[in-house]
Design a binder for this molecule. Structure first.
Ligand code: GLN
Length: 469
C-alpha cells in the first residue's frame, strides 16, 4: 500500500503505464497468506517490483508503449514474470518505455515521455526509462528491463541507479516482446549490485520455450543459484583481502572509450572512479577495441533488420490495432500499421526492410554481420589475456534535456556508442552510478560507470560493483 501511494504521488514522472491496486494487493495478500500458513517464503517475498511493458503479464495490460497494442492483455506470463512471481515478488504495475524498446530517451513512447527524477527537465534515458525512473524515485525496489543496445545500462546511468545486461541466452526471452531477437536480453534495474543479484538470480536459467536459451554457462548448468554462488564466492575472496578487495584485478581501459565525443564532465567522473578502483587494489591496463566506432552502423543495420521481421506480426489480423476503414486486405494491414506504429518504429521497419531486400542484402546486412564478428573478436583479444574486465563510461554525456535530440535520430543513435558493442558480442555488462556531471545543470545529473566481462561473468561483475559501491 505504501508503494502504491508513492506511485500515485509521483504520477508526474509518467513512469507507469498500468497500475491496478486490486491486482497488486491480491498478490501481496496471497504472499501474506502463504507465510501465515507456514509455507516457505520465496527469496523475494513481498518485495515491490514492476515490469517494463514489453514483458507480457496475465491480468495486466501489455502495450510495449505502442498504440498498436493499446488495451492488449496477454493470456500468459513471460518466463521472467513467472519466475519473479514464484519467488514471491509483488507486481506494482507496468512501466513506460520507448515504443517496442526503440530509443534512448523514452521519448518514443506513444504514451508520453518519462521524466528523470533527478531533474524533471531531463530525459531518464531509454528504452527502459520507466524502469530506471521508478527505481530512482524509490517507487519500487527493483524493475525488470530489456537491453538490445543499452536499454538497461543507459537509463540506469542517467537515473543514478544500477543495472545489468546478462550474457545473451542466460535469461529467457519467452514472453518478452521481440525487438532484435539476436540482441535482446532481459535484466534487472535496482539501486545496488546486491539487489541486482537478488533479482537476477531467480530469473536466470534454461527455458525450453526460448530457442536461444542456453542449457549451460561454460561448465555449469544455466540455472538459478549459479549467479548467487559465484557472487558470494567473489565477495568472500574480496573480503579476505582486507582493505584491498580488488587486489590483482586487471581492469582494461579501452582507449576508444575515452576519445573525442566523450564529454569532459563524464570523463572526470569516470576517471575518479578508476582512481577508486586502484585504491581498492585493481591495476589499470591500457587496451584497444579498435572497431568500437563501427558498432553504430553494424547495430543500426542488424537491429532494424530483425525488428522489421519481428514486427511483421502486427498485421491488424491476429491481435493489436485494426483500422476502422479499409477496402480489402492489403489496405487493412497497411492502414492498421500506419495508424498503430509511431514514427521511430516506422523508420526502423523501413530501414530494416531496405537492408534485407534483394540487391542490398550483401551491401548492408551481410557486411554488418561481418563487422559484428570482428567486434566480438576484439573483445576476446582483450578479455583473458590482457585484462579480467573492461571499465569505461556507459554513455558519452549525462542525461540531455527533453526534446533536445528528438528531431535528430542520428544524434540519438550516436549516444549509444559505448553500449551497442556488448549486445553485438553477447557479453554481459553492469552499469553503476559513479558521481555527477559538472556545472550548474549537470551537477544534478548522474554519471554511470560500465563494467564489462566475458561470457557468464555476471557474478564477478556484480562482486566488483559491490566492492566499488
Ligand atoms: N537505443 C537503442 C535503440 O534504439 C537501444 C535500445 C534497446 O536497447 N532496446 O535501438
Amino acid at each position: 500500500q505504501s508503494a502504491l501511494a508513492a506511485i500515485d504521488a509521483r504520477r508526474d514522472l509518467n513512469a507507469f503505464l498500468d497500475v491496478d491496486a486490486d491486482l497488486t494487493l491480491a498478490q501481496a495478500r496471497a504472499a501474506d497468506a502463504a507465510l501465515a500458513a507456514g509455507q516457505t517464503a520465496g527469496s523475494l517475498a513481498g518485495i515491490p517490483i514492476a515490469h517494463k511493458d514489453v514483458f507480457v503479464t496475465r491480468g495486466w495490460k501489455t502495450t510495449a508503449a505502442s498504440k498498436m497494442l493499446e488495451g492488449y492483455v496477454s493470456p500468459f506470463d513471460a518466463t521472467v514474470v513467472e519466475r519473479l512471481n514464484a519467488a514471491g515478488a509483488v507486481t506494482l504495475g507496468k512501466l513506460n518505455c520507448d515504443e517496442f524498446a526503440m530509443g534512448s530517451s523514452n521519448e518514443n513512447s506513444a504514451y508520453g515521455p518519462v521524466l528523470n527524477p533527478w531533474d524533471t527537465r531531463a530525459v531518464p534515458g531509454g528504452s527502459s526509462g520507466g524502469s530506471a525512473a521508478a527505481v530512482a524515485a524509490g517507487l519500487v525496489v527493483g524493475a525488470t528491463a530489456t537491453d538490445t543496445g543499452g536499454s538497461i545500462r543507459q537509463p540506469a546511468a542517467f537515473c543514478g541507479v544500477s543495472g545489468i545486461k546478462p550474457t545473451y541466452g542466460t535469461v529467457s526471452r519467452y514472453g518478452m516482446i521481440a525487438y532484435g531477437s539476436s540482441l535482446d536480453q532481459a535484466g534487472p534495474i535496482a539501486r545496488h549490485a546486491r539487489d541486482l543479484v537478488e533479482l537476477l538470480d531467480p530469473i536466470m536459467g534454461f527455458d525450453p520455450r526460448d530457442s536461444t536459451s542456453l542449457e549451460h554457462c561454460g561448465d555449469k548448468p544455466n540455472a538459478s543459484g549459479r549467479l548467487r554462488d559465484e557472487f558470494d564466492a567473489f565477495v568472500a575472496q574480496a573480503q579476505a583481502k582486507g582493505d584491498k578487495p580488488l587486489q590483482g584485478l586487471r581492469i582494461g581501459i579501452p582507449r576508444e572509450f575515452f576519445g573525442t565525443g566523450l564529454d569532459a564532465d563524464v570523463a572526470m567522473a569516470v576517471d575518479t572512479a578508476l582512481q577508486q578502483f586502484e585504491a581498492l587494489g585493481a591495476v589499470r591496463v591500457d587496451i584497444s577495441l579498435p572497431r568500437t566506432e563501427l558498432s553504430i552502423p553494424a547495430y543500426y543495420v542488424i537491429a532494424p533488420a530483425e525488428a522489421s521481421s519481428n514486427l511483421s506480426r502486427y498485421d491488424g489480423v491476429r491481435y493489436g490495432h485494426r483500422a476502422d476503414q479499409y477496402t480489402g486486405l492489403a489496405e487493412m494491414t497497411s492502414r492498421s500499421r500506419a495508424e498503430g506504429f509511431g514514427p521511430e518504429v516506422q523508420r526502423r521497419i523501413l530501414l530494416g526492410t531496405y537492408v534485407l531486400s534483394h540487391g542490398y542484402y550483401d551491401a548492408y546486412y551481410l557486411q554488418a554481420q561481418k563487422l559484428r564478428r570482428l567486434i566480438a573478436d576484439d573483445y576476446q583479444k582483450a578479455l583473458g589475456s590482457q585484462c579480467d574486465v573492461i571499465v569505461g563510461p556507459v554513455a558519452p554525456s549525462v542525461a540531455w534535456n527533453l526534446g533536445e535530440k528528438s528531431n535528430d535520430p542520428t544524434a540519438m543513435y550516436l549516444a549509444d556508442i559505448f553500449t551497442l558493442s556488448l549486445n553485438l558480442a553477447g557479453l554481459p555488462g553492469v552499469s553503476i552510478p559513479c558521481g555527477f556531471g559538472q556545472g550548474a545543470v549537470n551537477a544534478q545529473r548522474p554519471v554511470g560507470l560500465q563494467i564489462i566481462g566475458n561470457y557468464f561473468d555476471e557474478g564477478r561483475l556484480l562482486g566488483i560493483a559491490d566492492a566499488f559501491q
